[in-house]
Design a protein. Structure first.
Length: 188
């Protein structure tokens, strides 16, 4: 099995043989599938989501955070060999959850290189996911006066309606897939 590694320093992706070292330490590894963007073959209608100032998913809300992930942790099995793929939405949620836990207890980074690598990976991954989704919803602004007296525009994003893909339908599709293939062993 080969993986393609790319970063801004390398104009063309470099094909690498998968190994534990590559999987743990390369900053960006994407599975090469005929060089094309591959998405889950599902049509998702759009739905409206009003952003709210909710405390439901706060720093200490472990139980709430655990309810976000579907059965199978966001992985789906596809193709004749039922290969596992992670749906990006749930990789993003996983990274957000990792950052939340790190924020609550930063001591986990002190002596653990893999935790520090994971945190860097998640920041980088979420940055790219946000840029990729390029939400163009307009948010009303207000004037914020800084401590130095300078006035700048600011926006909270609260009470603004966004057009989103139907994440509930996606969750149902993934859980149906998990129920169908959870008994099948994963093979390389």
């Amino acid at each position: 099995m080969s993986f393609v590694w790319s970063d801004r320093r390398t104009p063309e992706p470099t094909t690498l043989t998968a190994s534990l070292v590559h999987l743990l330490f390369l900053p960006i590894i994407t599975l090469a599938l005929a060089g094309k963007v591959v998405e889950l073959p599902v049509s998702l209608p759009t739905s409206a989501l009003k952003f709210e100032a909710s405390t439901r998913y706060g720093l200490e809300s472990d139980e709430e955070w655990h309810t976000i992930m579907p059965r199978g942790k966001g992985f789906v099995r596809l193709g004749p060999n039922t290969l596992p793929f992670e749906v990006s939405l749930y990789h993003q949620i996983h990274c957000l959850e990792h950052l939340r836990r790190t924020f609550v207890d930063s001591s986990c980074l002190d002596d653990d290189e893999s935790a520090a690598w994971h945190t860097h990976h998640c920041l980088n991954y979420l940055h790219q996911a946000i840029i990729c989704n390029a939400d163009t919803t307009l948010e009303p602004s207000y004037v914020l006066e800084l401590q130095n007296g300078r006035k700048v525009p600011a926006a909270s994003g609260i009470d603004v309606v966004h057009r989103c893909r139907d994440w509930e339908k996606l969750r149902n599709v993934l859980e149906d897939n998990y129920d169908r293939y959870s008994h099948v062993p994963v093979s390389a």
